[in-house]
Design a protein around this ligand. Sequence first.
Ligand SMILES: CC(C)(COP(=O)(O)OP(=O)(O)OC[C@H]1O[C@@H](n2cnc3c(N)ncnc32)[C@H](O)[C@@H]1OP(=O)(O)O)[C@@H](O)C(=O)NCCC(=O)NCCS
Length: 216
Amino acid sequence: MSAPSERPVLIVFGAGGHGRVAADAALLSGAFARVVASDRNPATWGGELLPGVPVLSIDEASALPGLRAVHVAIGNNPVRRDEAARLASIGPLATIIHPHASVAASARIGPGCLITAQCVVGPMAELGAGAIVNHGAVVDHDCHIAAWAHIAPGARLGGAVQVGEAALVGAGSTVLRNLRVGAGATLGAGAVLLQDLPDGAAWAGVPARPLAQASA
Ligand SMILES: CC(C)(COP(=O)(O)OP(=O)(O)OC[C@H]1O[C@@H](n2cnc3c(N)ncnc32)[C@H](O)[C@@H]1OP(=O)(O)O)[C@@H](O)C(=O)NCCC(=O)NCCS
């Protein structure tokens, strides 16, 4: 762990439930000198996201002295990507890794990622900027998760799965090895994916099919 003076103050941007998850992991990681939160909604300013984690206005957060880092904690993938671009002047994007996540030494993790408790990220896996691996998810060896994608709680990706930019792999779903989830695609909660999911498509069910067919 770095000396306290070298650690940045972390601004968790997004004062909702996902922000609480990120702030909690950040506190437990010991990687930051202090954790504060911010949000675009003025109704949240002056409150606390978690005990000891105040919610500041964007102006207050921007004026914090010393080293600052920003983590955008917004579950919606395109919104998270856009906010990260807008907040770039406040500080660099910080990745947060919960101390009870298992991340292989050879895994490559981009800036602004969140890896929460009980996740597994296997050897040679790659996460692009702002990707989320949420509670209990498994991203096995050689998977490639593109920027701003979200692997939701309890999802399981076999080896060498590719997930495109800003895709959502739903809670408790399973993706067999070597398959591709397209950019901007959604795999529904509990689905089992047996073939590639096209860009922008929404599939669900076991086996996963286009949503209209899955619910027919
Ligand atoms: C698949 C999903 C994207 C569909 O959302 P939606 O477009 O709003 O769809 P609706 O809720 O209107 O449901 C449409 C139909 O699909 C069915 N359906 C919805 N989700 C389903 C799923 N996961 N598996 C099977 N069927 C599903 C609904 O029962 C409904 O069927 P009907 O037309 O016969 O009534 C969504 O339900 C889902 O699973 N999202 C993933 C959520 C998640 O894991 N989030 C992570 C949070 S951390």
